[in-house]
Design a protein around this ligand. Structure first.
Ligand code: SAM
Length: 157
């Protein structure tokens, strides 16, 4: 990790958090993206961005059944390389200090990321999507179909 990720900018406040326990979460897969550093990773995913591969681990693969009916999927991931202790942040380095809960920063007590991605396809245990903004190798927490105007649930769903 670059030392920049451990520095505290003017106006920021770092606190002493309790030891992380990850709350007993189970990582159900791994996300493969083109990005290997935070600097090159988009701040927010775009649905015209590159296709990314979400690998689902055993024994969770049967859980994909029916997901192909949707055009968009909510992807929840664990921003595993983010620090967790900054409650006040200076995201633009311009003195506009914001609380962590007023930001979508990866730096947060529980570094959960959420993107609404376009579903491109499903190939076995791999879900192909566009619209992510995470580092290659980011752990996957959950997938949910996005029930938006573009993907109405079928009868019975
Ligand atoms: N779209 C998600 C959200 O709104 O919850 C995440 C937004 S967050 C601003 C995206 C940024 O987090 C990326 O630009 C990158 O700097 C950083 N990031 C991505 N993957 C990460 C990871 N695995 N660990 C730490 N930081 C990560």
């Amino acid at each position: 990790m670059a030392s920049e990720e451990f520095s505290v900018r003017e106006g920021e406040l770092a606190v002493e958090p309790p030891p992380p326990t990850d709350a007993g979460l189970v990582f159900i897969g791994r996300i493969h993206t083109p990005w290997t550093s935070r600097e090159e990773t988009p701040r927010q995913g775009r649905q015209d961005g590159p296709v990314c591969r979400i690998e689902i681990f055993d024994p969770w693969v049967p859980g994909l059944k029916g997901l192909e009916d949707y055009r968009q999927v909510e992807v929840f991931y664990w921003l595993h390389r983010a620090r967790r202790d900054l409650v006040l942040q200076n995201p633009r380095r311009d003195g506009d200090i914001r609380g962590v809960f007023a930001l979508r920063s990866p730096v947060r007590p529980n570094p959960i990321g959420l993107s609404v991605a376009a579903l491109v396809g499903i190939e076995g245990n791999v879900v192909l999507v566009r619209g992510l903004d995470c580092l290659d190798g980011t752990p996957l927490i959950d997938l949910k179909p996005d029930r938006c105007a573009y993907s109405p649930p079928k009868p019975g769903h």
